[in-house]
Design a protein. Structure first.
Length: 99
């Protein structure tokens, strides 16, 4: 008889998305990107009252979680929502809160 693990991949993916969204700046970035096709990191720097290096760390966390994707257009980086993972994150969060 196969034993099903208590913590499965769904739990791990939900936790990763939730961790990535656990800061107000990251929530703002996700809201901004979800309302437009893409945005340059420099544009976000003009809006947010934080250092470029701090914004870069937040963008890195969102990108590593797979919620956003970045494309280098030297010397700038264009960020967009990763639509597939964004959809999955919403589904996992909704499922979690409707249990």
């Amino acid at each position: 008889m196969e034993v099903k693990p208590i913590i499965d991949n769904k739990h791990k993916r939900l936790a990763r998305y939730a961790k990535a969204m656990s800061h107000p700046v990251r929530i703002f970035v996700l809201q901004t990107l979800s309302q437009q096709s893409c945005c340059y990191s420099g544009d976000l720097t003009e809006i947010l009252p934080i250092a470029k290096s701090t914004l870069s760390q937040h963008l890195k966390e969102l990108k590593e979680a797979g919620l956003i994707q970045g494309e280098t257009e030297a010397p700038r980086i264009k960020y967009c929502i990763n639509k597939e993972n964004w959809k999955e994150a919403k589904e996992l969060i909704n499922e979690f809160f409707t249990q």
